[in-house]
Design a protein around this ligand. Structure first.
Ligand SMILES: Nc1ncnc2[nH]cnc12
Ligand SMILES: [Zn+2]
Length: 326
């Protein structure tokens, strides 16, 4: 049981947070057939590539800004129910753009959902705009340029998701430079499908201070030392890693090794209904499979707040809220 532990999430894709029920409801609204990707109320996929295809198809039901507002409100309300005080979501203008939703409509709608959830549940949220790696560097640069041209108080970071096997990290240096110049915090998926060099590259070439997943860093002791020394934060998503068979089970997952090595780790759900998880389940996995005690789980929440892409006043308030309630 972790209901009493205050939580924070740094790594969740807003499109990937869509419950099948919500996707089916919107599919009915737009007369779309989801029977190929949702069966018996669950998403159907078998490997990383089919997961991404399933994800893309389900994301196609968000066709009006109000659909994204509803999605964000639903996710943040669920998060608050799990005793989370803070959450960051990745938002993909590429996915929204395919459905005719502009960058500013997308951000405005998600921000409205976050503000509505804050008004109802007190939870704080921020948006990290993400590019999609397998769509290539030009799309990534366009996304970064839109971000730079349309500042929004809740947009505080830039990330890269998608298929890590596509292109090379250096191809995205320009996109990350644009986002960095716009004052964004930087994170990138790495060390999920590729090994330690991929993690080194996103730190050295993109300037990422946080790594999405980063779990395969465990294959290189020198990199582990570097992550610890430089305070690079791992956005660990153990349920996702096991569901996608990056590791066959929690027994072989490196979370405990990272913590023992003094590396800053946070606990995250990634794409909760796709991986049969939630933020609360990730805290429970950490407790049950990796032996974390209450104070270790609270430390993960503190690490997330320390690494959150928020202004210092908000960070102080959240840290105080954690100290007062933990
Ligand atoms: N686990 C993951 N890895 C890469 N891209 C993603 N997009 C959504 N979830 C992802
Ligand atoms: Zn992810």
């Amino acid at each position: 049981m972790t209901a009493h532990i205050p939580k924070a999430e740094l790594h969740c894709h807003i499109e990937g947070a869509a419950e099948p029920e919500l996707v089916l409801r919107l599919a009915r609204k737009y007369s779309l057939d989801m029977s190929g990707i949702i069966k018996d109320g669950r998403y159907v996929w078998s490997d990383f590539t089919s997961f991404l295809n399933c994800y893309d198809q389900a994301s196609g039901v968000f066709r009006e800004p109000e659909d994204y507002r509803l999605l964000a409100y639903d996710y943040y309300s669920r998060l608050a129910d799990q005793n989370a005080i803070y959450g960051e979501v990745f938002a993909s203008p590429d996915h929204a753009g395919l459905m005719g939703i502009s960058y500013t409509e997308l951000i405005g709608a998600i921000a409205d959902g976050i503000e509505d959830a804050k008004a109802d549940h007190g939870i704080e949220g921020r948006i990290l705009v993400t590019c999609v790696r397998h769509l290539g560097p030009e799309s990534a640069e366009q996304v970064a340029e839109q971000l730079a041209a349309n500042p929004h108080p809740l947009v505080t970071g830039f990330g890269m998701a998608g298929d890590e096997r596509a292109f090379e990290v250096a191809d995205f240096a320009n996109a990350f430079a644009i986002a960095s110049d716009a004052g964004m915090g930087l994170t990138a998926h790495a060390g999920e499908l590729r090994g330690p060099q991929s993690v080194r590259d996103v730190i050295d070439i993109l300037g990422a201070t946080r790594i999405g997943h980063g779990v395969r860093s465990v294959e290189d002791p020198l990199l582990l030392e570097r992550l610890r020394e430089e305070g690079i934060v791992l956005e660990v998503c153990a349920g996702s890693n096991v569901a996608l068979n990056i590791y066959p089970g929690f027994d072989s997952h490196p979370l405990a090794e990272f913590l023992d090595a003094g590396i800053a780790c946070t606990l995250n759900s990634d794409d909760p209904p796709y991986f049969y998880t939630s933020l609360a389940r990730e805290y429970e996995i950490a407790q049950k499979h990796f032996g974390l005690h209450d104070h270790d789980l609270i430390a993960c929440t503190r690490t997330a707040l320390d690494a959150a892409f928020v202004d210092e006043k908000t960070r102080s308030r959240l840290l105080k809220q954690l100290a007062d309630t933990a």
